[in-house]
Design a protein around this ligand. Structure first.
Ligand SMILES: O=P(O)(O)OC[C@H]1O[C@](O)(COP(=O)(O)O)[C@@H](O)[C@@H]1O
Ligand SMILES: [Mg+2]
Ligand SMILES: [Mg+2]
Length: 341
């Protein structure tokens, strides 16, 4: 009786009824679902689609854009223009906010159309990440300042991972749910209700090639993990690095773990590596809603007051007790610096 499954459209309608919603949120999420299904199709076609190369252009971050970065961004923009549900959007691949003319939408969409771009062409997981904010009353969506809202103001957030299966993971502040795309019927189906992150873990993720740049708290934490059962942690740790934030966060939701992309001595002039508004904030909302924690090193990511559209931040997120420990190491390092000064 495979038909007895909660599909995402059904889930949205049930949530709308339960929360007394107007249906606007359902329409917004339906837009994002269709967009991600279309991107999933392009990703799955792989080299047959001829979109595995470079686009010959650079984005506002100075990164070389891949053809699939540009295509995924175009797919989002086409949806936004056609649906008219969105007041404005901000994308990793666009320097300025994008306004859909004639829209009467009251919501803003901030997104990373294709996350894990370095995995394109090597057939490993990539994703899309999105965050939804309200357009403050009486403001103009072409004004960059309306997007500079702290993460705690997010109405909803999610990511889609294009891996061995395509999955969408969502929160609107009432827990976290995961849906798997059933290609046979072209619909996301609820397969992972009420996802929760284990408070403890023996698995960490960080790009080890950047060790020489790491700040002292991160160097201390990783050194203790590597020391294993003979070391101060008294247990062995394993490590993973997918080079796609969406895949890292998904693994952590499934089996616990901690993901770190700290501000280090090399990326500090840029403020870190990952972007606050359309990578760190949506993932921090999901992680916290699943019982984990998300900090930049010194502060809770969702409390950071954004100053620029493409602002970067340090990211340390995952299992509660590990992130708390790393936060303590940052506080201790800061105290030592202050007392040494
Ligand atoms: O190249 P590195 O240092 O492994 O960094 C990988 C990180 O950069 C990212 O690829 C940045 O995202 P984009 O691919 O969307 O630019 C993250 O997904 C990933 O966690
Ligand atoms: Mg990204
Ligand atoms: Mg990207």
């Amino acid at each position: 009786m495979t038909y007895r499954r909660i599909t995402l459209p059904l889930f949205l309608v049930q949530e709308q009824r339960r929360l007394g919603g107007s249906g606007v949120f359902t329409a917004l999420m339906t837009d994002i679902c269709t967009t991600c299904k279309t991107i999933s199709n392009e990703v799955n076609r792989g080299a047959m689609a001829g979109t595995m190369g470079y686009a010959g252009s650079r984005n506002v971050q100075g990164e070389e854009q891949k053809e699939l970065d540009v295509l995924a961004n175009d797919i989002f923009l086409y949806m936004i223009d056609q649906s008219g549900n969105w007041a404005g959007v901000a994308s990793e691949e666009l320097e300025d906010a994008y306004i859909s003319r004639g829209s009467d939408g009251r919501y803003l969409l901030l997104f990373d159309p294709l996350d894990g771009s370095s995995n394109i062409g090597v057939n490993t997981a990539v994703g899309s990440i999105f965050s939804i904010l309200r357009l403050p009353d009486g403001t103009d969506p072409s004004d960059e300042r309306v997007y500079l809202q702290p993460g705690v103001r997010q109405v909803a957030a999610g990511y889609t991972i294009y891996g061995s299966s395509t999955m969408m993971v969502l929160t609107s502040g009432n827990g976290v749910n995961g849906f798997t795309l059933d290609h046979n019927i072209g619909v996301f189906v609820l397969t992972h209700p009420d996802m929760r992150i284990a408070e403890d873990t023996a698995e960490y993720a960080i790009n080890a090639s950047r060790e020489r740049h790491w700040p002292a708290p991160i160097r201390r934490y990783v050194k203790e993990c590597v020391a294993g059962a003979e070391g101060p942690r008294g247990k062995n740790f394993n490590t993973r690095w997918n080079a796609a934030m969406a895949a890292e966060v998904h693994r952590i939701l499934m089996r616990g773990g901690v993901f770190m992309y700290p501000v280090d001595s090399e990326n500090a002039p840029r403020g870190g590596h990952l972007r606050l508004l359309y990578e760190a904030n949506p993932m921090a909302f999901i992680i916290e809603q699943a019982g984990g924690l998300a900090i930049s090193g010194r502060e809770r990511i969702l409390d950071i007051m954004p100053e620029r559209l493409h602002q970067r931040t340090g990211v340390i997120l995952g299992s509660k007790n590990e992130v708390e420990r790393i936060g303590r190491y940052y506080a201790e390092a800061e105290r030592e610096e202050t007392s040494a000064a």
